[in-house]
Design a protein around this ligand. Sequence first.
Ligand code: UDP
Length: 246
Amino acid sequence: MSVNKKLYEGKAKVIYSTEDPDILLADFKDDATAFNAQKKGTITGKGVINCIISAKLFAELEKVGVKTHYINSVSPNQMLVRAVKIVPLEVVVRNIAAGSLCQQTGLALGTVLKVPLVDFYYKKDELGDPLLTSDRITLLELATPEQVEAITHLALQINQFLIGFFRQCDITLVDFKLEFGMDSQQQILLADEISPDTCRLWDISTQDDSNRRVLDKDRFRKDLGNVEDAYQEVLQRVLKAVENQQ
Ligand code: UDP
């Protein structure tokens, strides 16, 4: 598959067109940003690690009936994906209180939520990705109420799968962010990536609530050190869990 032109460069990935208009190439970068790109850096090996983790998780999700944009991997940090029109929503699923939920509600870090919480944010850097309500989503015509309902259902289904998968990796899935897109047949596909950049992942066996348990981008956000090691650790555990499932 020959790669044509660069269509879009985001914070973590570059998207290229291919000879097939329905297929794009996603190239995962080592660049890391946080706090709406106010903090910038590089995590060596991140592009490869996040591409492999995302590919494995998309493939596992497909096996349980979740439709994703993933087609196949073409190099360690590149995958072919189905072209979709991204719904401009960041869909965050939370099992345990952390990050902005704690800041905005006063809930203590680590509070286990009785039921998973699905939060929608407006994917718009200029506005700082604000929290939305269902009515605001309808007002701004970001998605129809039916699409919001379908996306919520999918997000919760994906959460149930990922909780179990990461448990096999001795990892607690605290929260994560998903993006969805519409394909040419108006089907909703899971898009973007699922990786330590987009999930909060805590080592299960580190019982104290210190930062030692953190295996995700919070190590970069909060300058906790050993960022590459944490990402590598997640990759190794994911690969082992996938191997054990076969
Ligand atoms: N997240 C993300 N991209 C964003 C914002 C959040 O991938 O632009 C992920 C983040 O890594 C975490 C979850 O979504 O796993 C919830 O993030 P939160 O709303 O708590 O925001 P944060 O504290 O990261 O600013």
